[in-house]
Design a protein around this ligand. Structure first.
Ligand code: C2E
Ligand code: MG
Ligand code: MG
Length: 775
């Protein structure tokens, strides 16, 4: 572990606490006091021995100075615990003054004794006491060597000068020795000071490092215990104790790893088994690198224990709370395998699961079925009631499916309105059919969603496992094909997969490929069929109808092309091509003739339909009033407001809208009223059995209503003169379209027809001629 600050080693040493230095001056007052007494006694002896008054005066000075210092020392001892840096400075000054006065007193006494008396014993006492005091001072005042040096000079200089003054060789020699001694003790005190300073700095640095270590240890997010080589606890941080709910009074010194883990188990933070695992990890950590033990406890916490061996043979035990990480991982993995909305398994999960179930049922020789379910009319619910209702409906469907299944069956949501059920261990295929039937019935029952009563249907495709083994992918593909057929069969039903379905799907796949190529290679062509004004007999509009002349397939009907192109999403590109080509062709016709272009619902609801139409008019130069867009009722079902807006904008642009195939869909008369449209094309199915009264009455009713609403009325599919006469008799139908006038013909042909019809009313026999020629 690296500690944040290493400044003590590399940069400046940490500042030395001034109180620590003052302490060294005042510490051990015993020797100092003893020295004071010793020097006072020595002085008193010399005074007694010589009777010299000057010496007696020195004794008095010494006793007085010594007493003041002794009192000062006591006062410092009493207050030293709360000495501030400021106070430390004052104490130092006091010490210095006291020491100087004392030193001056000793020096004066020694010098006076040597000069004013001739008593050799007194000389010896004075010199030896002075030397002893100086030597003692060197050992005590190392904290402030400058003080001591000054003190030593004050003590010794009078003695050295007095010895030299006496002038005899022995005294001069003593003066030299004393001077050398003075220098030696000054040097000694300087050395002691250096050693002392080193020790003080080291101690300060050590305590700073210990403080940093402590802060780091107790602020780390991990719990930590450090063990010595002998397994005894060296350090434990607060986090560890808190995470393990250890009692505050847990004895730590001398505790072994086992004691600590046992305390964790006792506190209920880990299980006994987990405790053993951790102990084993700690014991083996000497050989191994790092071991990690995960503990899961009742409090739903996940803890990770890591044992890291240390260089000196000890080990560090790190404890991390990984609950949040584990929960996040679990959530991500749940999201990846379950559908967020219904909480059912998703596609990935289902595939993995049935791969396994298939293997089991194959080994047991069981029959299983995969049911692919698709909701009918779900899209309409979503579009009309909004997505939140659609979501609630999907949840309700998921619940119904869950309730219907046996525990061993498996249901998943594949996205959108697709659900899949895997039914295991069937006696006969009839079991699968029975379940499919129940699913269709149950899902078709009414739902109550947000105070709306909603009805939808369901179609089911069933694929059975084969005794030779079937892969999950094949089963899914087959069930999907069967579903496709069930939907084609009118929805609300189920269908078993049969081998020939694969051929149909393959054919469709090839058709899709061909269609893409055809669009790229412009293999499509537009045919045009005229709409004739029944009064004037003139061609007012020509409807563009798509044709595809395939080298092998022959002429392919738009009825086969358009739905496939819609499914493939190709309709937008194809529609754009048709629209531009139709507009350009119309530019070649007489000005009074318009062009009608069919728009499929998907094409009509593309985001930029308006700009597409504007652009087609712009590039072709066709005036907007010569373009008619044919939409069917299904285009009006979706997003009513948006549809209304688009139609209004088209209307504002000058483009006409006609409602195609009226009478085949919902035939809702409200559409005629609610949307801005200019034309209604009544589907040719109205002409079937027109000679009977009922359809004719119906046709006339719709025609009259539309006319009253200001719309022109077209009847499609007029094939005979009788039909034409019946329709024309009433006078409400404005235009007619049908083989009687002309079949859809290529662009070149329509131009000839227009030239022929334009400018004059076409007599009936000529119309018939037109029709027979174009046929
Ligand atoms: P639609 O828009 O109703 O077009 C009229 C259809 O009726 C045409 O079939 C036309 O050939 C046929 N028809 C016209 N007069 C008679 C008649 O007297 N008797 C009979 N039996 N049929 C008649 P077609 O060309 O096969 O087109 C079928 C449908 O395909 C169209 O119905 C239209 O919905 C769609 N379609 C055709 N071309 C396009 C296109 O370019 N885009 C889109 N989106 N759909 C198109
Ligand atoms: Mg049409
Ligand atoms: Mg039509």
């Amino acid at each position: 572990m690296q500690f944040a600050s290493q400044s003590g080693e590399q940069g400046q040493p940490p500042p030395v606490n001034p109180a620590a230095q003052i302490d060294s001056l005042f510490e051990a007052p015993g020797p100092l006091l003893a020295g004071l007494i010793f020097v006072s006694i020595g002085a008193a002896l010399t005074a007694l021995k010589t009777g010299e008054p000057l010496v007696w005066a020195c004794v008095a000075f010494l006793v007085l100075a010594g007493s003041v210092r002794a009192i000062d020392l006591r006062r410092y001892q009493a207050r030293k615990s709360n000495v501030t840096a400021e106070a430390a400075k004052r104490w130092q000054t006091r010490y210095q003054i006291g020491a100087m006065i004392q030193a001056a007193a000793i020096g004066t006494w020694c010098g006076t004794t040597l000069l004013a008396t001739d008593d050799a014993v007194s000389h010896m006492i004075a010199l030896s006491v002075t030397t002893g005091i100086a030597a003692g001072g060197a050992g005590r005042a190392y904290g402030r060597p400058s003080i001591f040096h000054f003190q030593a000079v004050l003590i010794f200089t009078p003695a050295v000068l007095a010895l030299a003054w006496r002038g005899t060789p022995y005294y001069i020699a003593m003066a030299v020795v004393s001077a050398a001694f003075l220098l030696a003790i000054m040097q000694l005190s300087a050395n002691l000071h250096r050693i002392f300073m080193g020790a003080v700095v080291a101690r300060e640095r050590e305590s700073a490092l210990a403080g940093q270590f402590d802060t780091a240890l107790n602020n780390m997010p991990h719990g930590l215990c450090m063990f010595h080589l002998d397994g005894q606890l060296a350090v434990m941080n607060h986090r560890f104790a808190a995470m393990m709910s250890l009692p505050d009074n847990l004895p730590q010194s001398g505790a072994s790893a086992r004691d600590i883990i046992a305390a964790c188990v006792k506190a209920g933070a880990i299980s006994a088994a987990n405790g053993e695992q951790i102990i084993a990890g700690l014991e083996s950590s000497r050989e191994n690198e790092i071991i990690t033990v995960d503990t899961n406890i009742e409090r739903n916490r996940s803890l990770s224990w890591t044992v890291q061996p240390m260089a000196d043979g000890g080990a560090v035990l790190l404890l991390e709370d990984i609950t949040e990480r584990r929960n996040a991982e679990a959530k991500i993995s749940h999201l990846a395998r379950y559908d967020d909305l219904t909480a059912l398994p998703n596609r990935v999960n289902f595939r993995d699961e049935i791969e396994h179930l298939l293997a089991v049922s194959h080994d047991a020789g069981q029959l299983s079925a995969l049911l692919f379910i698709d909701l009918d009319q779900f899209k309409q619910v979503n579009d009309t009631l909004g997505h939140p209702c659609g979501d609630q409906l999907l949840c309700a469907v998921a619940n119904r499916l869950r309730e219907m299944l046996r525990p061993e069956d498996f249901v998943a949501r594949f996205g959108g309105d697709e659900f899949v059920v895997f039914q295991q261990n069937l006696n006969t295929p009839e079991d699968a059919a029975a379940l499919a039937r129940r699913i269709v019935e149950r899902l078709s029952e009414r739902y109550r969603i947000d105070n709306h009563l909603v009805e939808i249907g369901a179609s089911v495709g069933i694929a059975l496992t084969s005794p030779d083994g079937t892969s999950a992918d094949t089963l899914l593909k087959n069930a999907d094909m069967a579903l496709y057929r069930a939907k084609a069969d009118g929805r609300g039903t189920f269908c078993f997969f049969r081998d020939e379905m694969a051929a149909t799907v393959e054919a469709r796949r090839i058709l899709e490929l061909d269609l893409r190529k055809a669009l790229a290679n412009e293999e499509f062509e537009l045919f045009f069929q005229p709409l004739v004004n029944l009064k004037s007999g003139k061609i007012t509009t020509c409807e563009a109808l798509l044709r595809w002349n395939h080298p092998v397939r022959g002429t392919v009907s738009p009825v086969d092309i358009i739905p496939v192109a819609e499914d493939m999403g190709l309709i937008v590109d194809l529609g754009r091509w048709i629209l531009r080509r139709a507009c350009m062709e119309c530019m070649k016709w007489p000005e009074s003739v318009s062009v009608a272009v069919n728009f499929s619902p998907q094409q009509f609801h593309q985001r930029d339909v308006l700009s597409e139409i504007r652009y087609a008019l712009e590039v072709s130069g066709l005036p907007a009033h010569r373009l008619e867009i044919e939409i069917t009722e299904s285009s009006l079902l979706r997003n009513t407001q948006l549809t209304h807006d688009i139609l209004s904008q088209l209307h504002a642009l000058g483009v006409r809208i006609s409602l195609d195939d009226f009478g085949t869909g919902y035939s809702s008369l409200s559409y005629l009223h609610n949307f801005p449209m200019q034309k209604v094309k009544i589907d040719r199915s109205f002409l079937e059995g027109i000679d009977a009264d009922r359809p004719l009455t119906l046709l006339r009713g719709v025609a009259r209503l539309s006319a009253d609403l200001g719309m022109s009325v077209v009847v499609e599919g007029i094939e005979t003169n009788e039909q034409l006469e019946l329709i024309s008799a009433d006078g409400t139908v404005t235009e007619g379209q049908g083989y009687l006038f002309s079949r859809p013909v290529p662009a070149v042909r329509i131009r000839q027809l227009l030239n022929a019809s334009h400018g004059r009313r076409m007599p009936d026999d000529q119309l018939a001629l037109v029709s027979s020629r174009s046929a």
